[in-house]
Design a protein around this ligand. Structure first.
Ligand code: PLP
Length: 401
């Protein structure tokens, strides 16, 4: 009797990764209140917003103070200036988008869940693992069947499309959280060709695109044919330090159709029903990110995170530990030493050197035996943590000078 809840929630596994980490850290802290902890586990940024963004926030707040410049509701899909600025950011890399193909959002997490409204829940999803945990959970909540494709050292954590799969909704994340691996243009093209052949749709999570260097693709729309099979979900969280400010954008091409239904038009219908727009002030801050000065300033912060990654990679290189990522991503995905399990390695680091990382097993079963280090921390703390890690790993190898 009574209203039935969404029973799919019964199928969710306990999301215990960060909960278990914080419980173990709190227990250690209680026992050793005087020992400093070195945090290499965080997926949050530590650098403040850049000056161009802060100026835009202040100016937009002032706009709201007088009747002549005040803004009430903004258009649900984004203010035209924001949509044009984001499209202009793509144009810098030769990707031509109509600003109406860019939709403002409150961030990638919100969007990764909401976008599922566009697809029939009976269409199975494919998730490459290890994976950002939200993909699996959002898919389970929607009652969608999920199949997994394992990534590992054998494919440099960049799996190719499978020969045979029933999946029609494909999650790809490049640069990847947690492995830091980045698809080449050819690697992405193979997925796009595969999706177009099957009529599948790729949800491409580009939350870390700003960390990409050289010729590697930032966007799935750098491939040929992505406009008929891909949606790109982007965020200013890691690009510009907006984790606590909240702004993102999603690209849905006008050419993307299935069974005669246009997904861009469907998303307009969705947003105009389910949102009343995103804060004017935040969109003005987002526009500031995409100016020449904004892009220069955010790269300054990213450079600091990359220096942190360099310090961590040097430490691992000096003791011969294998790792992936670090160069085009804020994460380093290392093999645990001596075939240790990832939670055992977590315990060892906490107990012996008070360094906190993230056990790979928390990102899916095939993450067992690996460990994620984040470069988002404070530079001095990262240097100290890297040295402590180097000494511990060298001691275990018996070759500490
Ligand atoms: N996608 C990936 C791969 C992430 O790692 C994160 C956050 O850590 C997100 C999406 C969510 O980003 P946002 O802060 O925009 O919700």
């Amino acid at each position: 009797m009574g209203l039935k809840p969404n029973g799919n929630y019964r199928n969710l596994k306990d999301s215990y990764l960060f909960f278990r980490i914080s419980k173990q850290v709190a227990a250690y802290r209680a026992e050793h209140p005087d020992r400093p902890l070195y945090r290499l586990g965080i997926g949050d940024v530590s650098r403040p917003l850049c000056g161009a963004v802060i100026d835009a926030l202040h100016a937009a707040a002032d706009d709201q103070a007088s009747a002549g410049s005040f803004h009430g509701y903004t258009p649900e899909c984004g203010i035209p200036e924001f949509r044009a600025a984001a499209a202009g950011y793509y144009a810098r890399r030769g990707v031509r988008l109509d600003p109406e193909e860019v939709f403002v959002s409150s961030g990638a997490s919100d969007e990764l869940g909401d976008i599922l409204d566009l697809f029939d829940p009976s269409s199975p999803a494919l998730i490459t693992q290890p994976a950002y945990p939200a993909y699996v959970d959002a898919s389970v909540m929607a009652g969608r069947k999920t199949v997994f494709l394992n990534a590992g050292p054998e494919n440099s954590f960049l799996p190719a499309p499978p020969e045979d799969t029933e999946a029609e909704l494909i999650y790809l994340c490049s640069p990847n959280n947690p492995t830091g691996a980045v698809y080449s243009l050819e690697g992405l093209q193979a997925w796009v060709d595969f999706a177009n052949r099957r009529g599948a749709v790729i949800l491409f999570d580009a939350a870390y695109e700003a960390f990409v260097e050289g010729d590697l693709p930032h966007s799935i729309f750098e491939t040929k044919g992505a406009e008929t099979c891909a949606i790109e979900i982007c965020s200013l969280s890691k690009t510009a330090g907006f984790t606590g400010t909240r702004l993102g954008y999603t690209v849905i091409p006008k050419a993307l159709e299935r069974e005669g239904m246009n997904l861009n038009a469907m998303w307009i219908r969705n947003r105009t029903t389910k949102t009343n727009g995103i804060s004017y002030i935040l969109q003005k801050a987002g526009i500031a990110v995409f100016t020449d000065e904004g892009l220069r300033q955010i790269q300054e912060n990213i450079r600091i995170y990359k220096q942190n990654a360099g310090v961590l990679m040097d430490a691992l290189d000096s003791v011969g530990i294998r790792y992936w990522g670090g160069k085009n991503a804020p994460y380093i995905w290392m093999a645990c030493p001596d075939g240790m399990k990832s939670w055992d390695f977590f315990d060892l680091l906490l107990r012996e050197i008070q360094v906190i990382g993230t056990p790979g097993e928390g990102f899916g079963a095939c993450g067992e035996g690996f460990f994620r280090l984040s470069s988002f921390g404070d530079p001095e703390e990262t240097k100290t943590a890297a040295e402590r890690l180097r000494r511990l790993l060298a001691e275990r190898k018996g070759d500490l000078a």
